[in-house]
Design a protein around this ligand. Structure first.
Ligand code: 2RA
Length: 353
């Protein structure tokens, strides 16, 4: 029997993409429950040829629900995901609330699918109800590309620079980027903008250090997520620091709508030359190589937007390292799809497999 499915945060950019991806992939749904704040309750949403009415998310919303996809912010996940689990529902949570929690698998299906079974989580007789956490978008996009190279040659260091789209700040941030761009063009070239409600900064024709909270060590939370989430997904978090992959990141918000880009420098413990890396990436699940030097065709956010695979290109030897021990590459991936909704639905597919 098909699982009953709930979506918490259905009106947000990721919540809407959950519906699109579930439909595109014909995910089997017995009964669909759409949950959001009281403000959206009563609105009607078409899905699967039927009209569904959004209900207010409440403590008892998950009675009789087998699987819930959450993307309504960390506070809502903290308040309601444990109640859903107590009601026998397995939660796939897109927020950061439980990603580093003990007993909560943090999963990129192309990288560590077995983490779910190892945590004993399943649907129905398949295991206990529990929370499976969706990693941060910049972590997902990085690991889909880096993992096959790590499996082949052992990545001992990653230097990541990200160029993150407005969509990471939600639908409001996407609208503000558009609004600011219009305002700056209207101001007779003065580049003055008035609407700064989301990030509190001039975003049009500008970029800035990622808006997540800055920590005492000078890193922001987005950068530390890439470090700590990768160590957990690669099962290095219990290792002594010297045994873990060294990871450092600089995350930047750029005036692009919905696809993140990342420049990655990788150092290997065993030889991996660029041609072999290119072959590994061409065969890697969830990756498409876009790397034509003759035509200078490389990944771009616009080309990656609305698509599933992570595009990777600019694959080349790191000239600062001995041959075979370092690689530079550039990737683009849709932040709302593979960076959030698609990854979560792929986790759901693992749960019903
Ligand atoms: C961002 N990673 O791009 C966040 C979205 N959750 O800001």
């Amino acid at each position: 029997e098909s699982p009953s499915v709930a979506i918490a945060g259905v009106t947000g950019a990721v919540g809407q993409e959950f519906l699109a991806v579930l439909a595109e992939r014909n995910f089997p749904i017995g009964r669909l429950k759409l949950l959001a704040s009281a403000r959206s309750a009563g609105r009607e949403v078409a899905y699967g040829g039927k009209t569904h009415t959004i209900e207010e998310l409440k403590e008892d919303s998950f009675e009789g629900v087998d699987l819930a996809l959450f993307s309504a912010g960390g506070g809502v996940s903290k308040a309601f995901a444990p109640l859903a689990v107590d009601a026998g529902c397995t939660v796939i949570d897109n927020s950061s609330a439980f990603r580093m929690a003990e007993g909560v698998p943090l999963v990129v299906p192309e990288v560590n699918p077995d983490a779910i079974a190892q945590a004993g989580i399943g649907l129905g007789a398949g295991g206990r109800s529990g929370i499976v956490a969706n990693p941060n978008c910049s972590t997902i996009l990085m690991l889909v590309v880096v993992h096959p190279l790590h499996a082949a040659a052992g990545v001992e260091r990653i230097v990541a620079s990200t160029y993150q789209a407005a969509s990471g700040g939600g639908a409001a941030a996407m609208s503000e980027l558009e609004q600011q761009t219009r305002e700056s063009l209207d101001e007779a070239g003065g580049r003055e903008v008035r609407s700064k409600a989301v990030f509190g900064r001039t975003y049009a024709f500008n970029l800035f250090s990622h808006n997540s909270p800055l920590q005492p060590n000078g890193y922001n939370q987005e950068e530390l997520k890439m470090v700590h989430e990768t160590h957990k997904i690669w099962r290095q978090d219990a290792l002594p620091e010297a045994a873990r992959t060294g990871i450092t990141a600089t995350c930047i918000r750029v005036p692009v709508m919905r696809a993140h880009a990342e420049s990655l420098n990788l150092a290997f413990t065993r030889d991996l030359h660029e041609d072999e890396a290119r072959e590994l990436l061409a065969a890697a699940p969830g990756v498409v190589v876009v790397d034509d030097r003759a035509t200078e065709t490389f990944p771009t956010p616009l080309d990656a937007s609305g698509t599933d695979p992570v595009q990777v290109g600019r694959i080349r030897r790191d000239l600062s390292r001995p041959a075979g021990r370092g690689l530079d590459l550039f990737l683009c991936g849709d932040q709302i799809r593979k960076g959030a909704a698609l990854n979560a639905v792929q986790i759901a597919e693992l749960l019903i497999a």
